[in-house]
Structures are given as C-alpha cells and as structure tokens.
Design a protein around this ligand. Sequence first.
Ligand code: AKB
Length: 320
Amino acid sequence: MKVLITGAGGQIGCDLAHMLKERGHYVIATDIASRPLAMCADQWHHLDVSDKNSVISLFRQDEPEVVYHLAAILSARGEEIPQQTYKVNEIGTFNVLEACREAHVRQLMYCSSIAVFGPGTPDPTPDDCFLQPTTMYGVTKVGGELLGNYYHSRWGFDFRGVRFPGLISATLPGGGTSDYALFMYVNGVRIGAYESFCRPDTRIPLMYMPDALRAIVELSEAPRDRLGRCVYNIAAFSPPAQEIADVVAKHVPGVKLSFRPDPGRQAILDSWPNALDDTCAREDWGWSPNFDLEAMSADLIPKIRDLLDDHIQTPPPGRF
Ligand code: AKB
C-alpha cells in the first residue's frame, strides 16, 4: 500500500517510515526540512503543509492510500511563535484534510496529544472531557481533532487519531515541553549530565516510541466498524520526573541529573493531565503498551549508546 507521511523529518518520522516499510508499504516521506540521514522512505519530497496548493498537487500526483499527518510545531516552540504555529498546525491540518478529499485518500491518521487538555481534568483523564488547553499547540490540536471529526461525520471520511503522551526515543525531538524526560536519557548517556527544566515531582503521561508507533499503525489497521470514535487516548506510564532520574542513574553510573524549573514550561506541564484513561482504545481496538519505565530504559539506553558510536546524530547545543 502507498503511504504518505507529512512532517517526516521530526522525532517520529524516521521510526514510523521504518515500521511501515517493515510491514511492506511503499513510503513517501515529506517535510519542510531536509531529509534526515536515517530516513529509509522510498521517496522524499519537500512539502510545506501550510501551502494548500502544494499539498493538493502532491497528493494528486502520488495518490497515497493512507496519510500519516505528523507535521506540527510542538508546545514549547509554539509559545515562541504562536502565529506560525496556528498556520502550520491548524491551517496545515485543514489543507491536509482538503487534499485528502480532493485526491481521494482513503484514510488520514492524525497525531493529537495530551496537550489538548488544560488544567483541572480528572485523574486519570478520560477521552471525553473538557478541552481547554493553555498553549497554541494544544488549541490547534483540539482544532485538528474537531475538523477530522467533522470530515468523518459530513463525508464519511476515515479520519482516525491518537492522543500521544510525551514520547521518549533515541531520536531527538524539536521544541516539546515533555522533552525533559527524553533528554535525561540522551544527555545522561552522551555527556553524563542533564538539568531538567521542571520540578522533580512533575508527572505527565509518557510513552516509549515503539509503543507509540505500534499504536498509530494498529489503529490504522483496525476494522472501522469496531471503532466507536475517531480519536483515542493512549497511555503507558506516568512517573514523577525524579523517578525517571533514579532509573537513568541506575543504568548510567555517575550521571548527574538535576532540576531547575523554567516557569513557562513548568506551567505548561502543570496544565497537562497526570495520567490518561485509555479504556476506549483497549476495548475498541485492543490497545496495550509493551513498555513500562524500566523495560523502556533497558531497551533505550543501549540504543542511545549505539547511535553515539555511529555518529548518526549529535544533540544540538542548548536545545531544550
Ligand atoms: C510536546 O511536549 O509538545 C509534545 C506533546 C506532549 O504533545 N511532546
């Protein structure tokens, strides 16, 4: 099957392309940025999702059956450039939905996030709960969910999405507020130290990348008549930041992990749920995570060491 990915140059793209190739798909990867070294897609195209004509003409030319829409500016970066974030995330999602309609794409897979929620949600937070995010990123993710639901009910378009927790992988993120968790691992292994920009008691939903990829691919493959909704919470683990530091320290002897909260990013973290209730995903399409914090750490730390040995990536200095 022909699958197209938008925003494939970000944290998820290379790993998702790899998983889709392993499942036998022909993968067309697109991004406004240049092709990452580790990208294994069959084709790479430059694509700015905020440019509607380019999105429509690429979809018409390549005729993908399924589109994974990853292109987005994340929460911390989004607060620095809210107008651009609206353009890429909200208008970009509208353009992708319109292009799907015009080019007869069968299905759109949408990456939403815990950032659709704001302060005061129940713990754990269910799928159907008030959505009052405090960030532009969160506002645009709510907008994308609602647009997708509209295309589903108005035209029967097969729109599906997951609300990702903060994702942890050996591949570097770009501008997220959940990135403190990932950098404890990456910088802890790479330079033996990391100062987190949050309090040690900060607790948000997190997930290891292989589970996140499996979730979105399994949701794509689930029979539509089993799905009671378009967008699902998915959950794995929600440790306090101090617990992550303790696990990293156990695996990386001598690592120095400290905490210096940044008020802006701490406020965003405090506005997000502590944990998600993913009962609907479990019941409708059999979702279940494979990795808890300990299993992830045992798998991830050797991968980060391998990447450093291969010099595939070096974290940019001062990046969140
Ligand atoms: C972010 O921190 O902005 C993202 C997210 C949780 O959606 N990783």
